[in-house]
Design a protein around this ligand. Structure first.
Ligand code: HEM
Length: 211
């Protein structure tokens, strides 16, 4: 049986990605969100945005390390879930936290650096979601599509900076997420340049020029 061809694989991953929302909804319905439910919803949706971004970024290293190339078929769904949780996070903020007070929201984005960075990351996530379809890949052309989608690294860095900036005392959690992202970025650099260098293969011209 070829696991990668089974329809339940995608259904299972979809269900797993949706489960944090189901848990959150259940906690809300049973009045189990603690003393400050809005804060809890903001924090949970923010954390899941960051986690889904990191899981999406881990697909390529996981493919290379395990040889499970078909993992690629799950990447679009994972990335779209990052956007989904990001949208819920933003919606919680503008609706439950700010009651759609546009002036206050704009002032907050301009004046509080952690909100500025979070907002910028979310805005950058939008074109990636919009261009995630096969038709858009064809329309943009593989090379430009890939270039655009490299933005996911900047978005994840923005997400970690946003998190680091907002926690006041205990930096442990954001630093853990930052280290995972650092590891994924290092893997990418290694994959692109380190392997070639070890094997004595010349670097691509652009890379050699950049030093
Ligand atoms: C890619 C985009 C984003 C990511 C990855 C992200 C991630 C996070 C994370 C990890 C947290 C902390 C959770 C915790 O304390 O346990 C958080 C909190 C928060 N985020 Fe975001 N966020 C993003 C975008 C935004 C946007 C667009 C806004 C609003 C404009 C926003 C507003 C907030 C607020 C108000 C909090 C709660 C701060 C507090 O607890 O005092 N975030 N976010």
């Amino acid at each position: 049986m070829d696991v990668w061809k089974q329809p339940w694989l995608k259904v299972g991953v979809f269900g797993a990605c949706l489960s944090p929302l189901v848990v959150l909804a259940w906690q809300a319905l049973t009045d189990n969100l603690g003393a400050n439910p809005i804060d809890e919803i903001t924090d949970q949706t923010g954390l899941w945005t960051l986690r889904m971004l990191l899981i999406t970024l881990a697909v390529t290293p996981a493919r290379r390390l395990t040889g499970w190339n078909r993992l690629i078929q799950l990447r679009r769904m994972l990335g779209l879930f990052a956007f989904f949780y990001g949208s819920l996070h933003f919606l919680t903020y503008i609706w439950l936290d700010q009651f759609f007070a546009v002036e206050d929201i704009v002032a907050d984005i301009m004046e509080r650096p952690f909100i500025t960075v979070g907002f910028a990351s979310f805005v950058l996530l939008m074109p990636l979601a919009v261009t995630s379809t096969t038709a858009m890949i064809k329309r943009l052309g593989g090379k430009w599509w890939q270039r655009l989608h490299r933005l996911i690294y900047a978005i994840a860095i923005g997400g970690v900076v946003h998190y680091l900036w907002l926690v006041k005392a205990d930096l442990q959690q954001p630093l853990i997420y930052g280290s995972i992202l650092g590891g994924l970025l290092l893997y990418r650099v290694w994959d692109r340049y380190g392997r070639r260098w070890l094997a004595g293969i010349p670097l691509p011209r652009k890379a050699a020029f950049r030093g």
